[in-house]
Every structure is written in structure tokens, then in C-alpha cells.
Design a protein. Structure first.
Length: 192
């Protein structure tokens, strides 16, 4: 092991000599490496999904390493405030690499889910209010053909249709007889 000086923060660190010789500069951590990349003329890092990440450690929207998505920064500038954690940014044309202000809109998470559900329903050719697509069999059926699910008195159609829900339940019972027996025993002891 040999001692090297970080190309960004000037901190001394130990590294295998062969690993450092391969690059022009050596860095003590990934954070310093990405920060040095972002301070260069090519400041943006493009991820494999097309989203662009920028190093901006002072931003309230940056993660713990100081990086933030460019589309969130652009949308925040457009609305004049930081994007809250309960909000999300929607790309109107569906292209995640297109971060023009006119292509971005800030929505709550529930509004964003509704936008994408509506887009999927339009693409697949069914009415979102009366029909739903089963998560298991992928068929579009009436909402009344789905098992109700929900908590605290609220019920809504579950993610799978009744035949698929019954098949899942049978498979669970077949694969987990010990859990079923324990639940029955617990209910018997509690008087239910």
C-alpha cells in the first residue's frame, strides 16, 4: 500500500499503487471523485435510465453525498421553491431525459399515480373508472370482479381479480401449512 493525495480535497489516503496508476488523478472516495467530475466543464452525470444527476451540496434537494436530480432542480426553479418530500416531478412527454421547464410539472404522489394510471388505461384501451387490470392474469375486468381490500373501514378493489386471489390463497395454504395451523390455534385460544 502507498500513500496518495486526493485530487480534490488534498487529503492523504492509502491505496494499492496499481489502482491509482491507471487514472490521471486519484481520489480518496467516490464522493470526491463525483464532486471533481461535477466541478469540471462536464458537470452532469447521466445515469443508465437517462436521468441526469448534478453535484450541488448546498441544495435542500441533494442527497447525503450532495447530488440532486437535474429535473427536480429545474422544477424547483420553475415554481420558485424547493420540491417537498411528498411531491414528485412528472415529465409530461414521458421522456425522463427531457428536463425543459415546460415539460415538467410538480404533483403530489397520489396525483402522479393517477396520471400514470390514466395514461396506462388510455394506452390499453379501457375505462379507468369502471374497469381495472389484474396484476396476476393481466386481463382487464370490471372493478366489481375484484376482491375488496382495505383497512379502517375503507374498501377498494384489490390488485388481483377474485379467481386470481383465490388461486393465490390456495397456493399460500398449500405452501405454508404450519402458518395456517398456528393462526387457527391462535384464533381458537383467543375465542374468535
Amino acid at each position: 500500500m502507498a500513500w496518495w493525495k486526493c485530487g480534490r480535497c488534498e487529503k492523504d489516503f492509502q491505496r494499492n499503487p496499481g489502482a491509482v496508476k491507471r487514472s490521471k488523478k486519484s481520489f480518496c472516495s467516490r464522493t470526491c471523485h463525483y464532486a471533481a467530475r461535477s466541478e469540471s466543464p462536464h458537470a452532469a452525470i447521466v445515469r443508465s435510465d437517462g436521468r441526469v444527476v448534478i453535484y450541488c451540496p448546498g441544495s435542500p434537494m441533494a442527497n447525503k453525498n450532495g447530488f440532486a436530480y437535474r429535473y427536480r432542480l429545474v422544477a424547483a426553479e420553475k415554481i420558485g421553491r424547493a420540491i417537498r418530500k411528498d411531491e414528485t416531478v412528472h415529465h409530461i412527454n414521458g421522456k425522463t431525459g427531457d428536463d425543459r421547464p415546460e415539460n415538467l410539472v410538480v404533483l403530489s404522489r397520489s396525483q402522479h399515480r393517477l396520471v400514470h394510471a390514466t395514461e396506462e388505461a388510455d394506452r390499453r384501451g379501457y375505462d379507468l373508472l369502471t374497469q381495472k387490470r389484474c396484476r396476476i392474469c393481466k386481463e382487464v375486468k370490471l372493478r366489481t370482479e375484484f376482491s375488496p381490500s382495505g383497512t379502517r373501514g375503507r374498501t377498494f378493489p384489490g390488485p388481483q381479480c377474485r379467481p386470481c386471489a383465490a388461486a393465490l390463497q390456495r397456493a399460500y395454504r398449500r405452501n405454508h401449512p404450519d402458518r395456517i395451523a398456528a393462526t387457527r390455534k391462535r384464533r381458537r385460544l383467543n375465542g374468535k
